[in-house]
Ligand binder design. Structure first.
Ligand code: CA2
Length: 146
C-alpha cells in the first residue's frame, strides 16, 4: 500500500526548541515518530519530510501523485502565503489533511487565512501535535473508503 506522506513546512524543524507555550515541547523527530506509529496502528505507513524551501515541498507534493495514498501537511507560514503549494495540492487526487499545531484562528489576523484550506479535505488546528494523529486517522479513513 502507498504511504501517507507527512509534510512539514518552514521552521517546524525548530519544534521543541522555542515557543513551547505555542507549539509544545515535542521535537520534529517526536512528531514524525508519532505519525509513523499512528499510521502503523491503522495498517498504513507514513513517509515524513520537512523543508524550509517552498520549491522542495512542491516537488514532494508533485512526486506524491501516484506514489502516496494521502497527504498530511502542516505548511507552516506558507499556509498564509503560498498559492503555489495550493496549486500543487490541487494536482494531487488523494485525500489532503491540513494540520496546524496552534489554533491559527486565535492568533494574529494574518494567520487566519490559509490557501491550503481551499483544497484540504479536513483542517485540524489547535490540537497540539496530537493533531497529526487525528490527521493520520482521517487520512486512513478516507483512503480506506477508496
Ligand atoms: O500552528 C502551526 O502549526 C503553524 O502552521 C506553525 C507555523 C506558523 O507560521 C503557522 O501560522 C501556524 C510556524 C512554525 C514555526 O515553528 C516553530 C516551532 C518552534 C519554535 C519556533 C518555530
Amino acid at each position: 500500500m502507498k504511504p501517507i506522506l507527512v509534510l512539514n513546512g518552514p521552521n517546524l524543524n525548530l519544534l521543541g526548541q522555542r515557543e513551547p507555550e505555542i507549539y509544545g515541547r515535542e521535537t520534529l523527530a517526536d512528531v514524525e515518530e508519532l505519525c509513523r506509529a499512528a499510521a502503523a496502528r491503522l495498517g498504513h505507513s507514513a513517509l515524513c519530510r520537512q523543508s524550509n524551501r517552498e520549491y522542495e515541498l512542491i516537488d514532494w507534493i508533485q512526486a506524491a501523485r501516484g506514489e502516496a495514498a494521502a497527504i498530511v501537511i502542516n505548511p507552516g507560514a506558507f499556509s498564509h502565503t503560498s498559492v503555489a503549494i495550493l496549486d500543487a495540492l490541487n494536482a494531487f487526487a488523494g485525500p489532503v489533511i491540513e494540520v496546524h499545531i496552534s489554533n491559527i484562528h486565535r492568533r494574529e489576523a494574518f494567520r487566519h487565512h490559509s490557501y491550503v484550506s481551499a483544497r484540504a479535505d479536513a483542517v485540524i488546528a489547535g490540537a497540539g501535535v496530537q493533531g497529526y494523529e487525528f490527521a493520520i486517522a482521517r487520512a486512513a479513513a478516507l483512503v480506506g473508503r477508496g
